[in-house]
Design a protein around this ligand. Sequence first.
Ligand code: MD3
Ligand code: FE
Length: 197
Amino acid sequence: MVEGFIFHPGALSRPEQEALAAEVFVAAEDAPFWQPVVPGGKAMSVRMTGLGPLSWVSDLKGYRYEARHPQTGKPWPPMPPMLLALWRRYAPEAPEPDACLANLYREGAKMGLHQDKDEADFSAPVLSVSLGDTAVFRIGGTTRGGPTRSVRLSSGDVCLLTGPARLAFHGIDRVLAGSSTLIPGGGRLNLTLRRAR
Ligand code: MD3
Ligand code: FE
């Protein structure tokens, strides 16, 4: 396993998972999940929204962080206090996150192997919270084509990406449909807290 991948399985209780998922779906009434297009022109299978001052967006022009929802033009809804509390608990030394990306995986959605390099400072960690169906997550090293490992991310698991793992190639090979009852309509919700700027 690449150094700096810190896995906290079962970090959130079922009631905490329910409260967090509910908070995100309420926020999504204002900032709907949308399907980003990558610069090559293909739509991603994952749907996304953001919470907090900034969130990641993609379109034909490229990838970047923005303060507004690309479809509504409105600022992203506020960062849920529960998420800030998790960041303070698992990354007490790090500066406060200014972005939360919410990835929604409905049936069949996946995410190809990539690096997260659109943030200004890679010394800040990324914190991920998995909710709903179990994902088959793949993580490698900092060069494409090297060895990778597969890790199952289940509802309530938290992982912190620090040090070399912060720039590791990673992706979601598949999501095990029906493995959790947490998400209304089924699927998986992944929340990543980041320091974008
Ligand atoms: C390793 N999300 O949003 S979470 C992403 O499950 C992303 O939706 C996946 O990759 C998901 O960019 C994986 C675990 C994760 C998140 C961010 C990372 C692993 C990471 C950033 C750097 C290295
Ligand atoms: Fe990523």
